[in-house]
Design a protein around this ligand. Sequence first.
Ligand SMILES: Cc1cc2nc3c(=O)[nH]c(=O)nc-3n(C[C@H](O)[C@H](O)[C@H](O)COP(=O)(O)OP(=O)(O)OC[C@H]3O[C@@H](n4cnc5c(N)ncnc54)[C@H](O)[C@@H]3O)c2cc1C
Length: 486
Amino acid sequence: MVLFPSLCLVLATGAIATGVLTDSHTISETCEVIAAAVSSASAVHYSGPSYEEGIRHWASSSTERARCSFEPGTPSDVGIALQILGKNRVPFAVKGGGHTLNPGFSSTIGVQIVMSRFSEIVYDPESRTVTVGAGVIWDDVYTALEPHGVNVVGGRVSGIGVAGFTLGGGYSWLTNQYGLALDNVESFELVLPDGAVIDVTESSHPDLFFGLRGGYDNFGIVTKFILKTHPQGQIWGGVIIYPEASVDQVIRATADFSANNSDPKAQVIMTTNYAAGNHLVVTILFYDNPDPVPGVFDTFLDIPALIRDIKTRSFLSLVLATSSWPETDSLGIFATVTVTEYSADLIEAAINESIHWGQTLLPFSGVFISYDFSPVMPAALGYSSAPSAWPPTHKDVVMPIVLYFAWISELSDGMMHDGVRQSASTLLDKAVSLGQDVKDAPLYSNCALFDTPLERMYGNNVERLRKIKNHVDPYNVMNLAGGFKF
Ligand SMILES: Cc1cc2nc3c(=O)[nH]c(=O)nc-3n(C[C@H](O)[C@H](O)[C@H](O)COP(=O)(O)OP(=O)(O)OC[C@H]3O[C@@H](n4cnc5c(N)ncnc54)[C@H](O)[C@@H]3O)c2cc1C
């Protein structure tokens, strides 16, 4: 069951942004130079299963045929590669979990850097932190921490990479209690563009600590995270799928929960999905205790449902129940709108949009159209006292609506990109017409379309981020990789 290709959940061509035109001979030579220069802990692949796995992404539209895949095994080998890539001006990309939907962000026709050999997960009960390699997915972290009765602020569905999720923000099932994933980083091990390896903490490198929390690979490549952990026992929750006849009730329940929930242990995701001619509304309920406080979810539980898989379970079990790898090799894109309130009128508008675009795009190989709402309590985003690149302001709660369009034929790429852009704009206009002051509200970069202007995501932080970037990367090595670049 592919529930959540869309969640930024239950949910984006070439090196789009690099503008690098290195010839294929130079790229091939660079692969060979890297292979010769690095230690035996690392490997370079040109074909075969390791190469295919290395370039593979969650959406096939994000997969590119890199000239080689490079699996570094040590931070110093990452540094050696960055120096060679910088000197030869060869395009590259860094892949963590490979879940970005923006083509060219963690994929390339040049050198694909695959972080999978950075796989350590080591819990320290004394500091109550966990050291996590940058090639790990959240599922593995949850699995390793479960026996210790602790957890981290990480992905809500199976398969998402720790690296991109954390370096971009990170809305989790625990966000109401402990903020975003980036609020829970104690330190980063960072390989700078000149090859130096440093530990970045709030006190050691305040500027880089600010920049890395939202700024991806602009300042170098992260090889390791030290994350705060929090006590974790059994939880309660799961998926409910509703029939069309229940849609109005689900709209009211979601709007009510969003406006009135005051229990940080309770979280909900509501998605409106159109697939193969059918419209389905799905919710995932989460409570951070084996039993929810009575009444918290009554409005959802009282609604007639088609399928209800709710129970007391482990945190990992809930994440695995919403397995995210698509069953088909589909192409996909995210777009997002930021609002401050999930009102019933706004949710209804998104439902109408999902049906409209589902029907409109079905003849053009559109297979799955989905919009997600995940209410967050206002206090959640002020969890960390240290400023971060994203969000640029804590003035209002930042709640994304995430739009996910999936399709099969590359011939439809332009149509899908135009459609998702148009729909996001329609929803933003709707929120504004409903009185929300969100015209310039910061968009969530992990779900923002590839050509979103930096100012729409990072607001007034852009200038500071550019200065930090220029300081650590005067030769623009990191701009040889795609993505949002300062
Ligand atoms: C099915 C699905 C569910 C999702 N659910 C959620 C959710 O619940 N909450 C949420 O907040 N978001 C969610 N997202 C969005 C997700 O957070 C982003 O797609 C995120 O960037 C994925 O991280 P990754 O490591 O898997 O991605 P990748 O594609 O590997 O990388 C994403 C970005 O991070 C950079 N990067 C990767 N590794 C490094 C590194 N070591 N050093 C420096 N830069 C690096 C890449 O260059 C790229 O720009 C979801 C996405 C999908 C597809």
